[in-house]
Design a protein around this ligand. Structure first.
Ligand SMILES: Cc1cc2nc3c(=O)[nH]c(=O)nc-3n(C[C@H](O)[C@H](O)[C@H](O)COP(=O)(O)OP(=O)(O)OC[C@H]3O[C@@H](n4cnc5c(N)ncnc54)[C@H](O)[C@@H]3O)c2cc1C
Length: 400
């Protein structure tokens, strides 16, 4: 039976909600986690599984990614589960000669911030990853990049949280939030009410619907991303791979929001521990439409085969679409929402939530338990999107 009260109710059982539940349980808080579907049933179970830093921007963006990697390293042991976190290093593959100066500037900017990426020429890059095409111009190498198994990770976090006392309920949708004088008092579900003075919104691309329950607009929109999965293969790809076009081409995400017919496409390749190769990716802004499209699957195949010709003969066994929670500055929304006491945001992790999940959970737990965080997160508040530069008040609707 669903409990009548909790210290903290977490809404959403993806990587972010599970990580918050884990760290709060470790801090001995009485936590209830409510998930309307299955464990890791949305973006946290349908992604590229990169734990990736190479394209993060110096500042809070990179600080969060680096801190999260430190937690990924030890989580398997803490959770008693093989999260399949491996760190073979990442390659940012540069296809065209004319992109080399841009990528060199990109490298230098990171080096100036103390974050070292190594420029490889075409031959060196192919020594690192022999299936790469001879026509590539080079690659940036980063030893910190890796991958994980997001199912094992989310399952491990939830199980360990439960062992420490958390109550986790799947197939339990939050339908409303109880407010009294702009103070959170609990959540309403079809299985009953859970009283709580603290509620964490960890609903990823669905976080705006939870925002509506307390009268605020949360500027997260679903970005539908498609990936293709191959048959299991012996190890043929050793690194985590992304195309440099993610850096050189802006993909005009803001413009694409209004153009439902257009999609962006960039190279992502990750061979998992089980041997399947995850190939990506395309993205478009089509609301909550999870259908894959032949056009996009073909675009992914073309992109991959151009840079890895020998993968042309590998069988694809399925493709999938899920939504990453897009924010216009590519950063998550973390922290209390001013004007609604007890309402905490932990959503909007864009294409980096698997990487950032562990640190996000830790920081939200620190915020709730200690009132301060080991990495300052003030700049990640919802207030940054408000036109007045102040946190939105309940009932006021901010424009995107
Ligand atoms: C195709 C694709 C590839 C990606 N690749 C990578 C990658 O390689 N590396 C990386 O770091 N990130 C990647 N991402 C991004 C990453 O997957 C997301 O940022 C991350 O999973 C978001 O986690 P979350 O817990 O916030 O959201 P979700 O996993 O979507 O979880 C939110 C949960 O909230 C639940 N929910 C919603 N409404 C309610 C309600 N009313 N009541 C109860 N529960 C509710 C949903 O059912 C859902 O399970 C990718 C995303 C996609 C789509």
């Amino acid at each position: 039976m669903i409990p009548r009260e909790a210290e903290v109710v977490i809404i959403g059982g993806g990587i972010i909600g599970s990580s918050v539940a884990y760290f709060l349980s470790q801090a001995k808080r009485k936590v209830v986690l409510l998930e309307r579907g299955d464990m890791a049933g949305e973006a946290s179970g349908a992604n590229g599984a990169f734990v990736w830093t190479s394209t993060r921007r110096p500042g809070i963006d990179l600080d969060l990614a680096l801190a999260s990697i430190e937690i990924h390293k030890r989580l398997g042991e803490e959770l008693d589960v093989d999260t399949e976190y491996r760190r073979p290093g990442g390659l940012l593959v540069i296809e065209n000669e004319q992109d080399l100066p841009v990528m060199e500037r990109f490298r230098k900017e990171r080096e100036d911030a103390g974050f070292v990426l190594t420029m490889l020429d075409s031959r060196e890059a192919r020594e690192f990853e022999p299936l790469l095409s001879e026509r590539i111009a080079g690659a940036l190498y980063n030893p910190l990049d890796g991958g994980t198994n997001p199912f094992n990770l989310v399952l491990g976090l939830q199980r360990k949280a439960e062992q420490m006392g958390a109550r986790v309920f799947h197939h339990t949708e939050v339908q409303g939030i109880r407010l009294e004088d702009n103070r959170v008092r609990g959540v309403i579900t079809a299985r009953g009410i859970v009283r709580a003075d603290l509620v964490v919104n960890a609903c990823g691309a669905w976080a705006p619907f939870i925002g509506e329950m307390v009268g605020i607009k949360i500027p997260i929109i679903p970005s539908a991303m498609e990936f293709v999965v191959t048959e299991q293969m012996p190890p043929v790809i050793s690194h985590i791979i992304m195309g440099a076009a993610y850096v050189t081409g802006e993909y005009a995400k803001e413009e694409m929001i209004g153009h439902q017919g257009r999609f962006g496409c960039g190279l992502c390749v990750h061979q998992t521990v089980s041997g399947n190769i995850l190939l990506g990716a395309t993205w478009r802004f089509v609301g909550y439409d999870k259908r894959t499209s032949y056009e996009e699957t073909r675009a992914i195949a073309r992109e991959v085969v151009r840079l890895f010709p020998q993968l042309g003969s590998v069988c694809a066994i399925r493709s999938f679409v899920n939504f990453f929670p897009f924010t216009s500055d590519d950063l998550p929304i973390l922290g209390y929402v001013e004007g609604i006491d007890g309402f905490v945001m932990a959503a909007g992790h864009c294409g980096h939530g698997i990487c950032l999940g562990p640190i996000s959970g830790k920081l939200i737990s620190e915020l709730i338990c200690e009132g301060r965080t080991s990495i300052p997160i003030d700049e990640l508040g919802l207030w940054r999107f408000s036109q007045s530069g102040r946190a939105p008040s309940p009932g006021r609707v901010e424009s995107l």
